[in-house]
Design a protein around this ligand. Structure first.
Ligand SMILES: N[C@@H](CCC[C@H](N)C(=O)O)C(=O)O
Length: 295
């Protein structure tokens, strides 16, 4: 049986995705197929897959269907599922706009981390360019002492949950994290029963940081939207800034290897993430012909 499917490739600050349009949720996408699509040598190559499904057609999104027509069924490059992807949801919106499914303005998108509102600027038409902003909801700071270890050094980290789990460590130099070919260790393990995304952060200027990230399920990536939000909130608290207390929003510029993201935390706790989201290719792929090259 042919398992030929249409796909697109897109990225947000070089956090790249294979987009699989499947409004009626008829494509079988087990973890192995996702990993094969994301394989950078034997597949299309990506950090993750954005499976584009109508909420009413997906059991995990049915309860959100009245609020959000579309569900971002996000998968990491190893095939695992994640609650949220900040760059992914912006690229997801770019796809929907480009395909003519939605207009400019505000768009509600269902995710495993709840319904998010994406803003697509009206001036853009159906083009591929321009920044897209997503309301990421509130950061949760579960508390407790957490450490991460990379390249033989252990750092205190802040536990930040953006729908998905993050450990944010401030370092003197991003090179200290080493090659990040394997996941940093963390402690205590009970802080992150489902694994964690780890961010290493340096200061570049007031309210401006540089970041490297090791993502759960994908390895080191060129950018991470939820990670940028976790970092901005961690940096604000470290800097003694809490919009809930000052009544003023605070904005951090977050530079990652793949580009710049802007994060604003508002007095009500809501966090906005802004950055580029582009579609760069489209085509067809025979799923049955793919395999994963290990190592
Ligand atoms: N790159 C994403 C985050 C994707 C999910 C993450 N790897 C996880 O497992 O939580 C982003 O832009 O937020």
């Amino acid at each position: 049986m042919s398992t030929r499917i249409a796909f697109l490739k897109g990225h947000g600050t070089e956090n790249d995705f294979v987009i699989v349009p499947d409004p009626d949720n008829v494509i079988d996408l087990p973890a192995a197929a996702v990993a094969a699509l994301c394989d950078r040598r034997a597949g299309i190559g990506a950090d993750g897959v954005l499976h584009v499904v109508r909420s009413a057609s997906h059991p995990e999104a049915l309860a959100m269907a009245a609020e959000a027509e579309w569900f971002m069924d996000y998968r990491n490059g190893d095939g695992s599922v994640a609650e949220m992807c900040g760059n992914g949801v912006r690229v997801f919106a770019r796809y929907l706009r480009r395909a003519g499914y939605v207009g400019a303005g505000d768009l509600a998108v269902a995710t495993r981390g709840g319904v998010k509102t994406v803003h697509i600027a009206k001036a853009e038409g159906a083009g591929h360019e321009g920044d897209i902003t997503v309301g990421m909801g509130k950061a949760l700071l579960p508390g407790g002492d957490v450490t991460v270890t990379a390249a033989g050094r252990t750092y205190p980290a802040l536990n930040v949950n953006m729908g998905n789990p993050h450990a944010v460590a401030f370092v003197d130099d991003l090179a200290e994290a080493g090659d990040l070919f394997s996941a940093p260790a963390y402690a205590p393990e009970s802080a992150y029963p489902d694994g964690v995304n780890v961010e290493f952060v340096v200061d570049r200027a007031p309210r401006h940081v540089g970041v490297r990230v090791h993502e759960r399920g994908s390895g080191e990536t060129r950018s991470c939207g939820t990670g940028a939000c976790a970092v901005a909130v961690a940096a604000a608290r470290r800097d003694g800034v809490d919009p809930a207390l000052t009544g003023e929003p605070v904005t951090y510029t977050v530079d990652l290897p793949g580009g710049r993201l802007t994060v604003t935390e508002h007095p009500d706790g809501h966090v906005d993430l802004t950055g580029a989201a582009v579609i760069i290719a489209e085509g067809e792929v025979e799923l049955a012909g793919l395999s994963v090259i290990s190592g």
